[in-house]
Design a protein around this ligand. Sequence first.
Ligand SMILES: NC(=O)c1ccc[n+]([C@@H]2O[C@H](COP(=O)([O-])OP(=O)(O)OC[C@H]3O[C@@H](n4cnc5c(N)ncnc54)[C@H](O)[C@@H]3O)[C@@H](O)[C@H]2O)c1
Length: 461
Amino acid sequence: MAASVSEPSSTDPSADALPTPTIAPAEGKLGVVCVGLGAVATTFIAGVELIRRGMAEPVGSLTQMGTIRLGKRTEDRAPLIRDFVPLASLDDIVFGAWDPFPDDAYVSAVKAGVLDVARHLEPIADTLRAIQPMAAAFDPAYVKKLDGPNVMADVGKRALLQGIRDDLHAFREQHGCDRMVMVWCGSTEVFIDQGPAHADLDSFEAAIDADDPSIAPSMLYAYAALLEGIPFANGAPNLTVDTPVLRDFASEYGVPICGRDFKTGQTMVKTVLAPMFKARMLGMHGWYSTNILGNRDGEVLDDPESFKTKEGSKLGVLDTILQPSVYPELYGDLHHVVRINYYPPRGDNKEGWDNIDFFGWLGYPMQLKVDFLCRDSILAAPLALDLALFLDLAQRAGMSGIQEWLSFYFKAPQTAPGLYPEHDLFIQHTKLKNTLRWMMGEEQITHLGVEYYAEDYLPEA
Ligand SMILES: NC(=O)c1ccc[n+]([C@@H]2O[C@H](COP(=O)([O-])OP(=O)(O)OC[C@H]3O[C@@H](n4cnc5c(N)ncnc54)[C@H](O)[C@@H]3O)[C@@H](O)[C@H]2O)c1
């Protein structure tokens, strides 16, 4: 629990005050259990299997392909991140999953239609068929468009919680896992506001016993993981682990957590473009974002209550980046609209359009339009991999509670109470790399760089 996030003070605490953590080696097997065995999870699992068989490259994964600069620019030290920090090897990962649909990972991947069957699924069919989903702690009241038969008996929330814990024990035993990580790759649940049930452990436990509707299945999975000492990443916008009770519990029990909602497509682009407008002090009248999406996720989001959960995480970024209260002349009258339309012909190949009405010098209007023909799960799979590996690293480094340095991966990053989230993708990227430098006792890179110009700037020195 050495580096848990505590209440923020009025100024950012200096990283120098925190001792470099000791990191336990990544020995033995790492169990990665996905809640949901749909498009993202199967693309993630199949991708890792293809990569470890030497049949594909881990494109899109910072842990596998990214480098990190160390020291001064003149030192020429930039190892691969995976050679710099002790990450689990892909060969040591064992996958498991829960899903209300009984399809194994092969059948589910074929149905998801993301990967080419002959090229990317048939050659690894044996491995994928062996991944059978465990019966889900599922309740259609929280995901209105889905209903599947592979579910735990309708026994109440306390029994579901115990059922998930039993599954985790059995999985650990069966596969001889030394460590585990849970990644929520399940559907977006209906919107749930933070309420009294999420305030502290007593109310949370009482709400579980009372089958209180404010305890969603995702909260039971997350709580089960924390009780078992298993780090948890939330790839959906659900409230899940972003509550006072589970935040505090994760800190106290020494378990890392992070969320919410993989930042893959339109919001990733938004958190690159919006800082550009802001950096140049260009004003904005409106940002209209719309999407067509035809996969199961799109179908779930066609329900207004699930869309409300998604809308919240998609809408939040602009206000935080543009700060209309600080710059009312530039952003005080901004219209930000986000739509998602379920359109089956496109499957997982989402198309996202953005129209930005902005203005420059003397108020002259301009427009920028983006048409992003993306592949949702192709963008999300490497994020799931990086999160599993980094959460496991954080746990071995004794870092518990909210892992804000993993904001890079999320639309609505979890932060300590009282801190606003950092949304700018490249600030998030810098934060992530500086955290790795700090973990390994390397100097922080501030980009100040005056030392290269010492003679010009400090002629007397
Ligand atoms: N680029 C992306 O793909 C992207 C980006 C951000 C967030 N997400 C989120 O990631 C999640 C997964 O996306 P996807 O495209 O794989 O969706 P998907 O519909 O293909 O898969 C989700 C799976 O979760 C299962 N599920 C639902 N409730 C469950 C429960 N209680 N227990 C176990 N399984 C459950 C569903 O049956 C489904 O098979 C969604 O919430 C989505 O909004 C995806």
